[in-house]
Write a protein that binds this ligand. Structure first.
Ligand SMILES: *Cc1c(COP(=O)(O)O)cnc(C)c1O
Length: 345
């Protein structure tokens, strides 16, 4: 079979959720961020597993993403939408019982006019300047909003993956000021904030990447294993080139495997410069350029020719692979392609 096998461990996702849940006190709810199709792992499968483990609140980026999650979960559990209540989303929010996190006075007005008795949350900007009401806006609508009983009042940290960054305490103080006297449940922390400690936990933590085994949750259990079949093997002589642009020239005789997966499968071109794959415990360098469907690998040091090589495995996590591409684990996960045979374990 000329397609890679992506094995996704839902048990590992649950284990990570439980480990993150154990970091906060028992009164603090641990939600689950499953936007971008569960960071590429499948939001339906992830949501169901975490619901079985006890997660009660799920976060998606858009109402459209919420539809797949509602279908998987059925009625009851809460699905919150970071993007809030956008024009055109009223029906889907209403029909599927999604809870938009209202980001602006405009969204608040839209929601209260269209769906006056439907649940909502409030997203505040505490300094990141990405989503949420600024202090002035919030002051203007605060009494009206709180009168309607928001399900959550939340904000988001910009630098939580850097524990010593002064922005963390600064944003925490801004959030405390903006929510003084608020009775609704409060939330500030994603994965990074969950790791920062109790001061950042408030009533709910909202980890995403940590559930999927990525940094900044350094003790996370990896959730994905990706194995790529070798399609062809050849001997390359000293001085011969491999791949597009003759980007690799053999300095000595080499044995080269052509492996089935490329940038169309999420192996972004930037990994090409120093990516590695593994044959069991033996490391093999990726050589030449990543092409759409294929990469080429120097397997000279292997004693035989395996059927497949691993690119995500215990020796190489999503963050290791991200390093070789100058990116972050989040991007590796959310780029995982749809040509792989996906196996859930
Ligand atoms: C993506 C996101 C999260 C989850 O962040 P992680 O770093 O993946 O844990 C939480 N809150 C908001 C507002 C987000 O956009």
């Amino acid at each position: 079979m000329a397609t890679g096998t992506l094995t996704i461990s839902l048990d590992a996702v649950v284990q990570n959720w439980r480990a993150l849940d154990a970091m906060s006190q028992s009164g603090v709810q641990t939600a689950a961020v499953i936007k971008a199709d569960g960071y590429g792992l499948g939001s339906d499968r992830v949501a169901k597993s975490l619901a079985n483990a006890g997660a009660k609140t799920f976060f998606v980026a858009t109402a459209q993403e919420g539809a797949k999650v509602r279908q998987a979960l059925g009625p009851g559990l809460e699905i919150m939408v970071f993007g809030g209540h956008m024009r055109g989303d009223t029906d889907i929010i209403n029909d599927l019982h999604l809870t938009p996190l209202l980001n602006s006075v405009e969204q608040l007005t839209r929601h209260f006019e269209a769906l006056p008795s439907a649940p909502f949350g409030i997203q505040l900007d505490s300094g990141m300047n990405r989503l949420g009401m600024e202090p002035g806006e919030w002051a203007a609508v605060r009494d009206v909003a709180l009168g309607q009983g928001p399900a959550l009042v939340m904000s988001h940290l910009a630098c939580a993956d850097e524990p010593d960054h002064p922005m963390n305490d600064f944003q925490c103080d801004v959030f405390l000021e903006m929510t003084a006297g608020v009775q609704a449940p409060l939330s500030l922390a994603a994965t990074g904030g969950t790791l920062l400690g109790p001061k950042f936990h408030f009533d709910m933590v909202r980890p995403g990447i940590g559930l999927y085994g990525g940094l900044p949750f350094a003790d996370a259990t990896p959730t994905v294993h990706l194995s790529l079949p070798i399609i062809q093997v050849r001997d390359v002589l000293e001085g011969e080139a491999v791949g597009y642009g003759n980007a690799y020239i053999a300095k000595s005789a080499r044995r080269v495997a052509t492996v089935s997966a490329g940038y169309a499968d999420g192996l972004i071109r930037a990994i090409g410069n120093d990516a590695k794959v593994y044959a069991g415990d033996t490391v093999c360098p990726v050589i030449g350029r990543v092409s759409m469907d294929l990469i080429t690998v120097d397997i000279t040091d292997l004693s035989g020719t395996p059927d497949a090589l691993d690119i995500l495995c215990p020796h190489q996590t999503v963050d290791d692979l991200a390093d070789s591409a100058g990116t972050i684990g989040y991007e590796i996960l959310t780029s995982l392609g749809h040509r792989y045979e996906r196996r859930y374990a």
